[in-house]
Design a protein around this ligand. Structure first.
Ligand SMILES: *Cc1c(COP(=O)(O)O)cnc(C)c1O
Length: 415
């Protein structure tokens, strides 16, 4: 068979840098454990952004009930609506978007925000200028590489064609609106990895920019539930005009502890439009609806029942207690890092504490120091983009006992 007859691949995948960050962390932790078997049991992981506490009891109860319904002929359910059950979409609107003008048919239930933030590129064409913050949640970057929206990466890992918005201590890790035009902008608040939040003024300037430039804001609000300050907007739709230029992604992963259960949603107001090749405006809602019903068959019924229980009276109290637990951890970690003399960001309205490395140490130097001298696993900031160099992320997703121990070790390590 001639070479020409072979199935051609999507060569954009070959531009991707090998999934470096978490595999490299795992490699170093494993090597350390093997070299120091006596200390391996002391290792505490504050690296990966996964929840640690079990599901709220109200969620467990609802999921059990959902399974029981599936077990009898009378209440069994087969395929559900692709967009999600009305009971869940309505509960989301009533509890998360009350008075923001969002309707239940603008909510699309899915099995995760990671998939949603990646899949959304299906409805956008080629040739868009994509703006991405640095540091960033790597999914936004890699999915754009796969979709062919970038060129190759340079030696620092920056892809040609992307518009990088640097976040640093000077701008409080909230990107300023660029002077160039971007067609699609990814914003994540509260932020992973920096824990930064955007004020109302800052979000207003982004919405103004998007309206002036006819761009679309992809707003990832996965950590909305961790906001403590009532002045910080929880949704981009709290900003006037956002209904014309923004899509919001939310997930039950971090508030409800659904990382292993899987349930999330996208909010696409019907008034958000993009341009067709003939110049006409087409509602993105219509495209996503078509995409979702073609490529997705709905999240599982017991899972959607469980997600709706997050908004029950008991569920709300239990989720609030979970958030309080994690934010209590964040406070302790902030204080310990501060007491160790390190510059501390985030951790006030987000479950991530973003810490400057001691003078002269790179992100990976600090990773090694924490592992070797304190047996604590953190995430090197440079793994989220070159602007993250010189920082590390400590996750507040942990037990209180582990956090208290990490705080003790952190203080004695740097002091
Ligand atoms: C954890 C996280 C999500 C949620 O992802 P799921 O696929 O819903 O679990 C989304 N965005 C960011 C930035 C996250 O850190």
């Amino acid at each position: 068979m001639a070479d020409g007859a072979m199935a051609a691949i999507n060569s954009n995948f070959l531009k991707l840098k090998a999934g470096y960050l978490f595999p490299e962390i795992a490699r170093r932790v494993k090597a350390y454990g093997e070299a120091h078997p006596d200390l391996a049991a002391r290792i505490i992981r504050c690296g990966i952004g996964d929840v640690t506490e079990p599901l709220p009891p109200a969620v467990v109860k609802a999921m059990h009930e959902g399974v029981d319904e599936m077990a009898s002929r009378e209440s069994f359910k087969g395929y559900g609506p692709e967009q999600g059950y009305e009971f869940l979409r309505q509960a989301i609107v009533d509890n998360q978007f009350a008075n923001l003008g969002i309707t239940a048919d603008e909510v699309f239930i899915s099995d995760g925000s990671k998939c949603d933030t990646g899949n959304i590129l299906d409805i956008f064409g080629q040739g868009n200028t994509i703006a991405i913050t640095d540091p960033v949640y790597p999914v936004y970057v890699d999915t754009n590489v796969m979709a062919g929206n970038t060129g190759d990466a340079d030696e620092k890992g920056a892809y040609a064609g992307l518009l990088y918005l640097e976040c640093n201590a000077a701008n409080g890790f909230v990107a300023d609106v660029p002077t160039q035009k971007a067609d699609i902008i990814y914003l994540c608040f509260p932020n992973n990895p920096t824990g930064a939040v955007a004020t109302r003024d800052q979000l207003e300037s982004w919405v103004k920019y998007a309206k002036q430039n006819d761009s679309i804001i992809l707003f990832d609000a996965a950590y909305e539930a961790f906001i403590q300050d009532p002045a910080i907007p929880r949704s981009i739709f709290e900003i006037d005009g956002a209904r014309d230029c923004a899509i919001e992604f939310r997930s039950f992963s971090k508030n409800g502890g659904f990382t292993g259960v899987r349930c999330a949603y996208v909010v696409i107001p019907k008034s958000v439009t993009g341009k067709a090749s003939d110049g006409s405006r087409v509602p993105l809602h219509q495209l996503w609806s078509r995409r979702h019903s073609t490529k997705f068959n709905g999240a599982s019924y017991p899972v959607q029942k469980a997600a709706a229980a997050v908004f029950s009276e008991d569920g709300k109290k239990q989720v609030a207690a979970l958030i309080e637990h994690y934010m209590g951890n964040a406070k302790l970690l902030r204080e310990a890092a501060s007491a160790a003399g390190l510059p501390v960001f985030g951790g006030v309205n987000a479950p991530y504490v973003w810490v400057g490395c001691p003078k002269g140490l790179s992100s990976w130097d600090m990773f090694d120091k924490m592992l070797n001298e304190a047996q604590v696993v953190i995430t090197p900031g440079s793994g989220f983009g070159s602007a993250g160099e010189g920082y590390f992320r400590i996750s507040a997703f942990n037990s209180r006992a582990n956090v208290e121990e990490v705080c003790r070790r952190l203080k004695s390590l740097v002091a």
